[in-house]
Design a binder for this molecule. Structure first.
Ligand code: HAM
Length: 425
């Protein structure tokens, strides 16, 4: 039988994260978890795939995500599913389906998990990427909007990416939007031919999508359009003023961005993005906002909600570009102890000693390739082991070992018992 030896590659827009790179990922995730929990957010895990109708109903049928970026799953007769293209709808679905609101009306969730979008892969943009998300569901209070912004800021500060810029806007609500929609229509009237085909097509169904189109010719037209903030009703205006007041009082700098509407349909009132200059045109490392209609839209009671998602890929890229991708806390520790076998006959003994050391909680390793003593010492060095012992017939007979500290060359003789009880855990 002919064997097909052609390499099978990872799908376009996905990546393998090898052990050397994991330390930096863990550094970011650990900081995010620690700070989320400091702020009272609790972890939630929802399915990787969901009913495709979920996103049509929430993210929006006329958004890029739903129109062209979802990966669908063939599930035969059982329905139509997609890999989650964002985290918010799944969390809100769970909140409604599990009737979380009956137990605690206000619940703060966080998640760190993969998201899938069929986008053109480019620097900082993948087809599978992790998001670190926060969703505070059950309150209309502007304090929560401000808290989510402080929370995202605290995470970026903790990982050494404190030089972000925050873009802030209010997208109003169902009540103030019709007047704004009319104003946009009037402003665009007669200039439709200058828009890209996508925007022309969406003009009637969802004119707001025009505001976040990335095509130059559309941007040229949208530059001159009125700002939603001129059309906010009293409730939205007061809410936005309060969010700004809270940010000002807590030393959070931001820029007001008239046309920030964030590309997803569910936003109401506050919307924001964190951007990092090093990333060029697609500079968003985090996006978020309020979504007061979402719980009700999915069959729950009227409920306020607000949240954000940090993109781990662009965040990592910004750290790399600015040379901040090797923080001390992200250095992977090697084993505490490496056992080098003097002769082949000593390997089984080493193997048993390894088991005991590990059972005692000591990170220990040994040679698994039958290499020479010299090669084993090189391996211990490469593995960044803190100590090494060489195990030969003398050591086995006396149960005494010469413990050598790799960095200093310092040596100390220890009994087997001392080895098991005194090494750093
Ligand atoms: P989003 O703006 O679509 O919002 O995504 C949030 C962040 O995910 C972006 O700012 C970006 O950093 C990252 N991101 C987006 N697409 C990609 C990609 N293809 N590759 C790598 N990173 C990417 C949401 O997803 C909302 N669910 C956020 C939210 C939560 N709003 C309220 N709660």
């Amino acid at each position: 039988m002919r064997q097909d030896k052609q390499l099978i590659r990872a799908p376009r827009g996905t990546e393998d994260i090898l052990p050397e790179q994991i330390a930096l990922h863990r550094f970011i995730e650990d900081a995010a978890r620690r700070i989320m929990e400091l702020y009272g957010y609790r972890e939630i895990r929802t399915p990787v795939f969901e009913d495709s109708g979920l996103y049509a109903r929430t993210t929006g049928e006329t958004t890029d995500i739903v129109e062209k970026e979802m990966f669908s799953i063939n599930a035969g007769q059982e329905g139509s599913f997609v890999l989650r293209p964002e985290g918010t709808p799944g969390v809100v679905r769970a909140y409604v389906e599990q009737e979380v609101y009956k137990v605690r009306k206000f619940e703060k969730f966080y998640y760190i998990y993969p998201i899938f979008r069929y986008e053109r892969p480019q620097a900082g943009r993948m087809r599978q990427f992790d998001q670190i998300g926060a969703e505070a569901i059950g309150s209309y209070d502007p304090l929560v909007d401000a808290e989510t912004i402080l929370l995202a800021a605290a995470i970026f500060d903790a990982i050494g990416l404190g030089d972000y810029r925050i873009r802030l806007n209010s997208f109003g609500c169902e009540k103030c939007r019709p007047a704004y929609r009319d104003a946009l229509r009037r402003a665009v009237a007669g200039r439709e031919d200058g828009l890209c085909a996508n925007c022309r097509r969406r003009l009637d169904r969802n004119i707001f999508r025009l505001l976040d189109c990335r095509e130059e010719r559309c941007k040229e037209i949208t530059k001159a359009l009125p700002s939603i903030r001129e059309y906010l009703d009293d409730d939205c205006r007061v809410h936005f003023a309060k969010v700004r007041e809270l940010l000002d009082a807590n030393g959070v700098a931001y820029q007001l961005e008239d046309r920030l509407v964030r590309g997803l349909d569910y936003y109401t009132k506050t919307v924001y993005e964190f951007a990092h200059e090093s990333l060029g045109a697609r500079d968003a490392i985090c996006g978020g906002g309020r979504y007061d209609g979402l719980v009700e839209q999915l069959g729950g009671p009227p409920t306020g909600g607000v949240g954000f998602a940090i993109g781990v890929v662009p965040t990592l890229l910004a750290l790399k570009i600015t040379g901040r991708d090797k923080p001390e806390a992200a250095v992977q520790k090697g084993p505490t102890l490496f056992l080098a076998a003097l002769r082949a006959e000593d390997r089984d003994y080493c193997f048993s000693l390894l088991r005991q050391l590990r059972a005692a909680g000591v990170a220990a390793d040994a040679d698994f390739e039958g290499r020479s003593l010299k090669a084993q010492m090189r391996a211990a060095n490469r593995a960044n082991a803190r100590y090494v012992i060489v195990v030969g017939p003398d050591e086995r007979a006396s149960k005494k070992f010469k413990l050598k500290e790799m960095a200093t060359g310092k040596e100390e003789v220890l009994t087997e018992g001392a080895l098991l009880s005194s090494l750093e855990r």
